[in-house]
Design a protein around this ligand. Sequence first.
Ligand SMILES: Cc1ncc(COP(=O)(O)O)c(C=O)c1O
Length: 418
Amino acid sequence: MNWKLAARAERMNPSIIREILKVTEKPGIISFAGGLPSPKTFPIAAFAKACADVLAKDGQAALQYAASEGFPALREFVANELAKQSAAAGVPWAIDPAQVLITTGSQQALDLIAKILIDKDSRVLVETPAYLGALQAFTPMEPQYVSIASDDEGVLIDDVKSKIYPVRPELVEGQASASTSSARTDGKARFIYVIPNYQNPTGRSMSEARRAALSQAAREAGLPIIEDNPYGDLWFDAPPPASLTARNPDGGIYMGSFSKTLAPGLRLGFLVAPKALYPKLLQAKQAADLHTPSFNQRLVAEVLKDGFLDRHVPTIRALYKSQCEAMLAALARELAGTGITWNQPTGGMFLWVKLPAHMNSVDLLPKAVERNVAFVPGAAFYADHPQHNTLRLSFVTASVEQINIGIAALAAVLKAAL
Ligand SMILES: Cc1ncc(COP(=O)(O)O)c(C=O)c1O
């Protein structure tokens, strides 16, 4: 059969990272490439008990079709937890559980947002670099990406302000296909997508001042903020400043996930949307998968009752902090004075390395794999104009001993290429 693919399917690409991970699946390799949480942190005993309890108490409902919005107890938990965190960060945020949509991973939330907010040629503002999975979710809707210049704290506010509207008239949305619905707008960006806490891929975080400035600029311009926060609970010494959405709840959509605090295999995430937008997201959700698995939602609601996260998440923070410190110490030991630089994450799973401008981390990966160590070349994470002299390291799946061996091997490859 000669299949004629839809234009949007032609635009889909295999995840470069998944392709890279195949190379790194060689036995014995120390991989800093994956984006996986440490399996040591999965609370298996708590889930074993909750499975039995849910099936005994509520087995029929847990195995039945359910409401697209999500399991009420879980929606309530999310609303309360976010309100609690926000109040503690000094920005009260009153969330009605009716604004919470449980999604099949926060990755699905990105897909639903893309479907309801992006037309062909819609301008979408993204960080430099950006989360690859978001680019994959948005790309089939055929947006025009607008990369915002970013520093160690994320997007630069002046650059955001200058790019909300197109500069060149030929980029005005709708000109390419004036008969389509995209002609409805004037080319104003549909939203800005940001990860304020321990960003994937860089591990960087937005300061309070940057958050306040972005929130104010977005509010003044009427620019929606799509805030993705799967890593916010994984802080090392102090919680991050208040969320962007809490500062202007009508001006954005907030996304969170249970992947990094419980287990990613559950595929449980959520979004919080303004009431006016919620019905469209819900319709997109219904079309996508009717609802997120009822059993998983009840299981997690059961595990979470009685303050489980307050006991469990500190153990993840302590583990990741010790692994991050080991990686930073190893990098300092092996690479001081070489001109290679890296950041100092204050939470999350990743750190970001910058090589001298002439170096290309894609070329160095096979050499690293030969020495049994792997990373992700940074170029994969740019919506446009990739910076080839960057790379992402995950510090959470390797032990401290493996980190020491792996960073020494990586440093040998980098120094040989200097
Ligand atoms: C920034 C970001 N957003 C969303 C996701 C998707 O997470 P999940 O679908 O497991 O909730 C990830 C996964 O790594 C991520 O790094």
